[in-house]
Write a protein that binds this ligand. Structure first.
Ligand SMILES: Cc1ncc(C[n+]2csc(CCOP(=O)(O)OP(=O)(O)O)c2C)c(N)n1
Ligand code: SF4
Ligand SMILES: [Mg+2]
Length: 300
């Protein structure tokens, strides 16, 4: 693609053909707009993007975008995305899933993807509830949160997702708000540019089932964290990634400097152009004998 063609890329190029079925006012609309805005800002053509999701309301997102898309299993988009990156390191791989998906059933993958560090951008639509299955409490529901599955209030503590990925070795940890899609687009763009695993927790109001954590609830508490040269200071960042309650910092909370090596960069087999299925061939051919060579190197 020529520089001139790339320069002509705008947000309308990512517009899908299917109308979203989300409830009126759902925060997922803001996430969709922000993601498209980030890709347009970075002038990334749709065919260079793969959006991988799990199962949940927000995980329907690839249907509404004109990029490559892969709807996987509840809790499992991260391993699928890691595989896609290994198979084609030229793709921008973006995972979008819900709090139940990423922090509940997929919690184990979250920890290990953060420490493994593949070049993936992970956007979590954190509405503090299970939306698709009609309002059960989730791992980020507050202690005492009343739902169909916690009629007397949740007796479990909510997890702190940004602290979890930070402690697991993520090099980029951020939080955005679906009600401020332009700011969120800037955060997502930085996550895409970060070479490594980038975790972006998004405060995403569920207007139908979560009547506690509403747009107003988030607006009253969210504040723009002002970045300083301390951004890569792990001690200062530890406070920011844990902060929750009356004051919730928004923005990039931690960015490693210098960054660590990515998973792909450390995989010897991928450095050899003659065995890589995509980088080593002009055409993608599953019958190419080099696939067998690659598989032997990866799995022996
Ligand atoms: C293995 C498996 N377990 C459970 C389900 C049922 N299920 C589908 S979506 C979901 C929770 C969705 O919540 P979340 O990930 O927060 O996404 P949201 O709908 O809130 O966007 C559950 C429990 C499933 N599809 N697969
Ligand atoms: S149930 Fe909640 S998360 Fe799902 S589409 Fe409706 S408002 Fe959005
Ligand atoms: Mg949810």
């Amino acid at each position: 693609m020529t520089t001139e063609t790339r320069e002509r890329i705008d947000i309308s190029m990512y517009e899908g053909h299917v109308k979203p079925t989300w409830c009126p006012g759902c925060g997922d609309f803001g996430v969709l707009n922000a993601l498209k805005g980030a890709l347009a800002e970075l002038k990334i053509p749709p065919h260079e993007v793969l959006v991988v999701t799990g199962i949940g309301c927000g995980s329907k997102l690839p249907d509404y975008m004109l990029t490559y898309g892969l709807l996987t299993l509840h809790g499992r988009p991260l391993p699928f995305a890691t595989g896609a990156r290994l198979a084609n390191p030229d793709l921008h791989v973006i995972v979008v899933d819900g709090d139940g998906d990423a922090y509940g059933i997929g919690g184990n993958h979250l920890i290990h993807t953060a420490r493994r560090n593949p070049n993936i951008t992970h956007i979590v639509e954190n509405n503090q509830v299970y939306g698709l299955t009609k309002g059960q409490y989730s791992p980020t529901s507050e202690h005492g949160y009343v739902s169909k599955t916690s009629p007397r209030g949740s007796i479990e503590q909510a997890i702190a997702p940004t602290a979890l990925t930070f402690a697991s070795g993520a090099g980029f940890v951020a939080r955005g708000f679906a009600g401020a899609p332009k700011d969120l687009a800037r955060i997502i763009a930085r996550g895409i540019e970060f070479p490594g695993y980038a975790h972006i927790d998004v405060l995403q109001p569920c207007t139908t089932f979560n009547k506690v954590n509403t747009y107003d609830w988030y607006r009253e508490r969210g504040y723009d964290y002002e970045e300083t040269s301390e951004l890569s200071d792990r001690i200062a960042a530890w406070n920011r990634v844990q902060q929750w309650g009356e004051q919730i910092p928004l923005g990039v909370l931690y960015e490693a400097s210098p960054r660590g090596p990515t998973y792909e960069e450390q995989m010897a087999a991928l450095q050899q152009a003659d065995v890589h299925p995509v980088a080593g061939t002009a055409e993608h051919d599953p019958h190419d004998p080099r696939y067998d060579a690659l598989k032997r190197q990866l799995f022996s």
